[in-house]
Design a protein around this ligand. Structure first.
Ligand code: SF4
Ligand SMILES: [Zn+2]
Ligand SMILES: [Zn+2]
Ligand SMILES: [Zn+2]
Length: 726
């Protein structure tokens, strides 16, 4: 524990009142040096103000004595010649009693008797140096100080007097004297870390009760007991603050003692990701729910491998949860398998049936199946355990059918209300308002927006502004163009940040509390709560008059859908939204997409097959479903240059590159030019094949030609009926 510096080695830690973590800006009472704790006042001035009966804060701050509450001279009895301490009605105990006996006459007129003094003159002055009041009875203190001495458990009178004379740090110190030496050193180390990090305030008076619990615990080191033991201790007050404090403290001490990294974390049943250098919201991954040691070991190996390949902590954690659930189910069986060799395919089938019954249709259903499938595959592929039966595997058909994902973009009606300046103005926190605008206009994920860097704008060669953000899902930086208004608003936000953190802060939206150096960005959760309150304030309603509940992510969907409906090319939208694949963008487009819808309608009315026959619209046919539209119009169209594939998307093509002779092929007039061109080329090819003696090829080409000769006139006929050739 050489890690503790001398200034933190004191048994009774006193801090610089201006320390950003343990102290703070000074109390509003002039001359009072203590840090302000409540409403601009130090704790004792605040208490005195509360007891002052209705004086305004400003008046109190301007007039109050800077001395500490409890360290000022006490009032003496108001009766002339009496120097006993006042008890009630500004009189000492004796005079008060005499006044009562006289049946409480008017105080101004009452002729109070002179004080009864001992025969050898007035009693000595109170033992406390600054108090000149007479001592009370046999006590060495005046009336008031005697009460306080008794309240303090009748300590040594000289010590008590000394402690009153030197006000000391009051509540602004952390007394670790009661802790055993080892534990004290650990606490000193923890406090030093908290002081160095300067993330959150830690007022000493909040540490006092925690130190008391530690002292009563009877342990000589935090590492002597596991985390659960510490968190289960009787916490002070309502227990708030104890759990995070003790967990944090124990982890720091453990990391100091054993170091961080895989060697420390791997054997644990709960991995603390911060110790693995993973700075992601999911703070831990737990294997504690896996009762079988052999399965737990494999689950850890699987999870470590996943993390090592760069998967996010939440994905790896979801895999661990899938194994945990399976393990718990195995353990609940009457004759649970004793090893991996007992995990058979029939067992898996039973488990899949249980999952289906419990959570069929929910998204997590396929997460649980997928997590387990990946786990089994990894065991086999990496040879982690050869006893895994050869047939134990999960097949693609075992996965639940993917339910239709409905478009989640917001109706224009709702967006119009959201974007009304009057409504935007209702959000009184300008930072939240700016985040809202960034989400709406740039379609960022909330995690990307909340974590924007302070320097997040760049200009291109023409001076047009861009927002630079970190795509939290794809783990890469990205740029999105912004308008001048957003650029200006971001500039204003920077000014606000600089006002709060004159030395600068690395983030554009610093967290409100627990963020002394401005390093921590606001959390998505904080923004979401503010969003909920704001929506309620604005009373935003849908077209049925119902209050709207929306998530920040819906703005992303909305932007994607609006852009595609305005005919912004899909690859541009993909780039703007930072999608990894065109499929993700296609999902945003979905059936809200008029472009696709129009093509679909045209297609439905104008399809011909390779015989040139007009195909009737069959609402039961595979091509009638939105799924088919999505699959074909946005995907297969790219690969078929001359029409559409009519096979259900689940079926593979049995004869690629032969569409023109395939019964599943369908085409529409928009491909007429392609067909005409191909017919011309094809004729040349047939002639060449015949000249070269390639009769088999020539036969095939003639079959294609026959289709084309039927398709082209049929499409021309459709166009003539429709009267347009575009
Ligand atoms: S050959 Fe037939 S099944 Fe294959 S892609 Fe072309 S139309 Fe579809
Ligand atoms: Zn004060
Ligand atoms: Zn008196
Ligand atoms: Zn006194």
């Amino acid at each position: 524990m050489a890690a503790v510096r001398p200034e933190f080695r004191a048994e009774d830690l006193v801090f610089d009142p201006r320390d950003p973590v343990f102290g703070g800006p000074p109390c509003a009472v002039s001359g009072c040096d203590r840090p302000h704790r409540r409403q601009g006042l130090c704790t004792s001035h605040w208490q005195r103000w509360r007891g002052s009966g209705g004086v305004s804060l400003a008046e109190f701050a301007a007039t109050a004595e800077p001395g500490w509450h409890g360290h000022l001279p006490l009032d003496s009895c108001a009766v002339a010649g009496c120097n006993y301490g006042a008890m009630g009605r500004k009189m000492c105990q004796r005079h008060l009693r005499q006044w009562h006996r006289a049946e409480c006459p008017d105080l101004a007129e009452w002729q109070a008797p002179a004080p009864l003094l001992p025969p050898d003159g007035p009693p000595p002055a109170c033992r406390i140096g600054y108090c000149s009041l007479w001592t009370r009875g046999t006590s060495v203190f005046c009336y008031g100080h005697d009460i306080r001495w008794k309240d303090n458990g009748r300590p040594d009178t000289d010590e008590f007097a000394a402690s009153c004379e030197d006000p000391g740090p009051g509540q602004e110190h952390i007394d670790l004297r009661r802790l055993p030496a080892g534990l004290r050193l650990e606490m000193q180390y923890v406090l030093q870390c908290r002081g160095d990090e300067q993330d959150a305030k830690l007022p000493p008076r909040e540490v006092h009760p925690l130190a008391a619990v530690l002292a009563a615990a009877g342990a000589s080191s935090l590492l002597e007991q596991p985390e659960e033991w510490w968190t289960a201790l009787d916490a002070p007050g309502n227990g708030r603050g104890w759990r995070p404090f003790i967990l944090d403290a124990r982890r720091r001490v453990e990391a100091l003692a054993f170091g961080a990294g895989w060697d420390t974390e791997y054997p644990r049943d709960t991995w603390r990701l911060c110790n693995l250098g993973i700075d992601q919201p999911a703070a831990t991954i737990s294997f504690a729910g896996i009762p079988q040691p052999w399965l737990r070991e494999l689950a850890k190996r699987y999870t470590r491998w996943q993390l090592a390949t760069g998967l996010s902590a939440s994905t790896a954690g979801s895999g661990a949860r899938a194994v945990t659930r399976f393990a718990a189910w195995l353990a609940s069986l009457p004759g649970p398998p004793a090893g991996l060799d007992g995990v058979t395919r029939p067992l898996l089938e039973r488990y899949l049936a249980v999952l289906q019954a419990e959570m069929g249709g929910q998204v997590r259903h396929s997460n649980y199946v997928g997590g387990l499938s990946g786990f089994l595959k990894a065991i086999r592929r990496h040879g982690w355990d050869d006893t895994l039966p050869a047939t134990t595997a999960i097949y693609p058909e075992d996965f639940p059918a993917r339910g239709a994902r409905l478009p989640r973009g917001l109706a224009a009606h709702v967006m119009a209300q959201v974007e009304q300046p009057a409504n935007l103005g209702r959000q009184d926190n300008p930072a939240y308002r700016l985040i809202t605008l960034i989400l709406i206009r740039c379609g960022l994920r909330i995690s990307s927006a909340a974590g924007l860097a302070f320097d997040c704008t760049v200009a291109d060669a023409d001076g047009a502004p861009y927002l630079r953000y970190y795509n939290t899902k794809m783990k890469r930086e990205a740029l999105v163009p912004i308008d001048d208004e957003l650029f200006r608003l971001i500039g204003e936000q920077k000014q606000r940040v600089l006002q709060r953190f004159p030395a600068g802060a690395p983030v554009l939206f610093p967290r409100q509390s627990g963020n002394l150096n401005g390093r921590r960005p606001i959390s998505s959760h904080t923004y979401r709560s503010a969003l909920c309150r704001w929506l309620e304030d604005c009373d935003i309603r849908d077209e049925h008059g119902q209050p709207v509940r929306l998530t920040p992510h819906q703005w992303r969907h909305t932007l994607g859908t609006v852009l595609i409906n305005r005919d912004v090319p899909q690859h541009v939208v993909q780039k703007l939204l930072g999608h990894a694949s065109p499929e993700m963008t296609a999902h945003y487009a979905h059936i809200h997409d008029h472009t696709v819808r129009d093509a679909f309608d045209r297609y439905q009315q104008q399809r011909v097959n390779t015989d040139g026959e007009l195909l009737p619209f069959d609402p039961e046919g595979p091509t009638a479903t939105a799924e088919w539209v999505k699959h074909n119009l946005s995907r297969v169209r790219d690969s078929l240059p001359n029409g559409y594939c009519g096979r259900p998307p689940q079926q593979d093509c049995p004869h690629p590159n032969a569409c023109l002779t395939c019964p599943d092929f369908q085409t529409t007039p928009e491909f007429l030019a392609v067909h005409r061109e191909q017919a011309d080329t094809n004729r040349v090819l047939i002639a060449r094949a015949e000249d070269g003696g390639h009769f088999r090829l020539a036969t095939n080409l003639r079959r294609v030609q026959a289709s084309l000769d039927r398709i082209v006139p049929a499409l021309e006929a459709i166009l003539q009926e429709g009267g347009s050739d575009d």
